[in-house]
Design a binder for this molecule. Structure first.
Ligand SMILES: Cc1cc2nc3c(=O)[nH]c(=O)nc-3n(C[C@H](O)[C@H](O)[C@H](O)COP(=O)(O)OP(=O)(O)OC[C@H]3O[C@@H](n4cnc5c(N)ncnc54)[C@H](O)[C@@H]3O)c2cc1C
Length: 514
């Protein structure tokens, strides 16, 4: 019980497995000489899911801490910039119905909440346009930085779009060559437990028995360790988030110079929504839909109509989704990360960021020995439950604010019985006060900060009542910040290169390493 935790065994070699391996190994490099090991076991027969192309800005610091060159990452993962997402047809379904959820915070976000000022005095422009330049940068197809901006640094905040299959391979190469992660290509056939229920070892078909002190279940939807072996049940969220299938399709560009959006384009349909992601050599697209509200054939037709007749020969791949998560994430000496922990739906790219945050929490809080592991596990479960709950609220927010009544999917989504109580309360509160720092957004490393809620709420036409006189004290500062935003938008639009042009330069010359 008091022996040091020295050997971490990760089962699964998808995005979750390799990110976890890299984050833990990078954090504990100093202990490697003293016998600390990170082993990743990956089946040569079970393929990774190979989707998951939208990320969150946290990935920049995760990769940087792992010692990854950003230029090499762009080149090997067919990666590109992501400056947020646009949401078309989510509110009314009309042709001109669109708003942005950018990755930049509103101007002066830590000094003053601009939302009440925009609501009271400046609502001639969209909220996003009034408070931050990024929507206009996306409209213009601009990159978030210049070729002279060093690796990982931003002019406008950004995350990435990437090729999920290539990303796992790239991380594998980096983790094994640079961080000392041991890679075992083998099928886990049996999980061996001690009398107390801890996992002692796993039997593999190709590499015999592998033992460890802490096991990380990254086996994807199979959840072989935490779900199947330790029997932690799955908590279904399908009554809140209805989408339970996706048709994914990679779409070639017409020419190599076709402009490439630097944001995810999310277009609502009658039974779900379509994602459209621009990578340097292709687009990644897919229709996420509810099988209760659409047949697979209807979904197929919807996706193909969106893509146009020139892509009619392509065949999408169907991926079933079970929206939900494990009832607990760390039990005994086993913790689940990635799809093994759960999955809600692709909206707002919340899965990979949750993997990063979970891996970071394990790396930072790694229990010294088995005796204190349950204390760390309880903390981990508390934080992770909170995060899943907040993400469910945030995703549902996109659906409950709709005014669409053109299909059962949208009508069912606003049924109060499908809205979590916490979200209901917040929506009630936000009628009278705009979300900002004090609005429960008090946890360190909140996945979606108050600014994200503001962009979605006001982008979708929600209005907060501003008390007369409430803005007087900060009116001058708010007006200055909004004017600064106009000037900054003008400057960035004249300064930043086109997204496609910058990607070409990065592929050719690279960014300056820092
Ligand atoms: C349609 C769709 C769209 C998505 N879009 C996004 C997005 O835009 N952004 C985002 O953040 N996330 C997205 N996700 C989620 C994202 O794909 C996953 O979070 C991510 O790929 C991590 O997957 P994973 O590593 O947990 O699982 P997987 O990729 O499934 O990997 C599982 C691993 O476990 C191994 N394994 C399984 N059984 C065994 C065994 N018995 N022995 C040994 N090894 C075994 C497999 O070989 C594999 O290596 C999306 C998911 C779906 C379904």
């Amino acid at each position: 019980m008091t022996q040091r935790i020295q050997s971490i065994v990760i089962v699964g070699g998808g995005t979750a497995g390799w990110l976890t391996a890299g984050i833990i190994a990078a954090r504990h490099q100093g202990r490697m000489q003293a016998g600390f090991t990170v082993t990743l076991i990956e089946s040569p027969n079970v393929p990774i899911i190979g989707v998951g192309e939208g990320t969150w800005p946290t990935l920049r610091s995760s990769l940087q801490k792992m010692g990854v060159s950003e230029t090499e990452f762009f080149r090997h993962c067919n990666a590109a910039f992501k400056q947020g997402a646009s949401f078309a047809r989510w509110t009314t379904g009309a042709d001109d119905d669109a708003y942005y959820h950018p990755l930049m915070l509103p101007q002066g976000f830590t000094q003053v909440n601009l939302a009440p000022h925009w609501l009271g005095e400046h609502s001639g422009r969209t909220f996003c346009e009034a408070v931050c330049p990024q929507g206009r940068l996306c409209d213009d197809g601009l990159a978030p930085k210049m070729i002279t901006t060093p690796e990982y640094q931003a002019v406008a905040n950004y995350a990435y779009h990437l090729d999920a299959g290539k990303f796992a391979g790239f991380l594998q190469q980096h983790c094994t060559a640079k961080l000392g992660v041991r890679h075992v290509l083998a099928d886990v056939t049996k999980v061996n437990q001690s009398e107390q229920g801890d996992i002692r070892s796993v039997d593999t078909q190709q590499a015999g028995e592998i033992s460890g002190d802490l096991f990380v279940d990254c086996t994807g939807f199979a959840a072989l360790l935490l779900g199947k072996t330790l029997g932690v049940p799955f908590k279904d969220c399908g009554d809140v988030l209805f989408c339970d299938a996706a048709l994914a399709l990679q779409v070639p560009y017409e020419t190599p110079d076709t402009p490439m959006a630097s944001h995810t384009i999310s277009t609502a349909q009658s039974a779900g929504w379509i994602w459209d992601i621009g990578l340097p050599t292709r687009r990644g697209t897919g229709y996420v839909y509810s099988t209760r509200h659409s047949t697979d054939d209807e979904a197929h037709d919807t996706l193909m109509r969106y893509l146009g007749p020139q892509h009619a020969h392509l065949t999408p791949r169907k991926i079933p989704i079970r929206s939900g998560h494990r009832a607990t994430f760390w039990k005994n000496n086993c913790v689940a990360i990635g799809l093994a922990a759960g999955f809600l739906e692709p909206l707002e790219s919340s899965a990979i960021v949750l993997t990063e945050l979970s891996a970071k929490l394990i790396a930072e809080q790694l229990p010294a020995n088995r005796e204190v592991m349950d204390i760390v596990a309880a903390r981990f479960n508390d934080v992770t439950h909170y995060r899943w709950g907040r993400i469910i609220d945030f995703l549902k927010l996109h659906y409950v604010l709709t005014q669409r009544t053109d299909s059962a999917f949208w009508k069912d989504n606003v049924d109060p019985g499908t809205i979590p109580d916490r979200l209901k309360n917040l929506l009630h509160l936000w009628k009278y006060q705009s979300p900002w720092f004090f609005d429960e957004f008090d946890r360190l490393e909140e996945v979606f900060p108050a600014a994200s809620y503001q962009y979605v709420l006001y982008g979708m036409g929600f209005r907060t009542e501003v008390a007369p006189g409430d803005n007087v004290g900060t009116r001058t500062l708010a007006a200055k910040l909004m004017n600064d935003n106009v000037a900054m938008t003008r400057q960035l639009r004249s300064q930043l290169p086109k997204n496609r042009d910058l990607m070409k330069k990065i592929f050719e010359y690279g960014l300056q390493p820092i």
